[in-house]
Design a protein around this ligand. Structure first.
Ligand code: SF4
Length: 113
């Protein structure tokens, strides 16, 4: 009789944006299925990136995400609480990214967050 061998997923590299989000929140941003639900509900006055694009930049380890208007918008932070179809906790992910931006000294000047 053969045994079932459990799949072992390697956690993402903690030195990447994806890895630090995973370490801080337990969410792997690869769960984003790019369904565009959050894009359809975007508010251009508060966002320069959709949440979908924000997560894609995290996957690409692009630190442009850390200074984006979307990341630092308190309106977005409040509004996206139950936004993600993949049930990721977007406010927790945004807070982890804000923490990393603060560590790197990348908080936009007009931001108090
Ligand atoms: S709703 Fe969630 S899964 Fe869908 S595109 Fe936006 S972040 Fe990705």
């Amino acid at each position: 009789m053969s045994e079932t061998i459990p799949l072992q997923r390697k956690p993402p590299d903690p030195n990447t944006l994806r890895g630090l989000v995973f370490a801080a929140t337990g969410y792997d941003v690869r769960r984003c299925g790019r369904c565009s639900y959050c894009v359809k509900h975007a508010r251009p006055d508060e966002e320069d990136l959709s949440l979908e694009m924000l997560l894609q930049l995290v996957l690409q380890n692009d630190d442009e995400v850390l200074t984006s208007k979307t990341l630092w918008s308190d309106g977005v932070l409040t509004r996206v609480r139950n936004m993600c179809i993949s049930t990721m906790d977007m406010p927790a992910i945004m807070q982890a990214l804000r923490d990393e931006a603060r560590k790197r000294g990348l908080v936009p000047a007009q931001t108090t967050g």
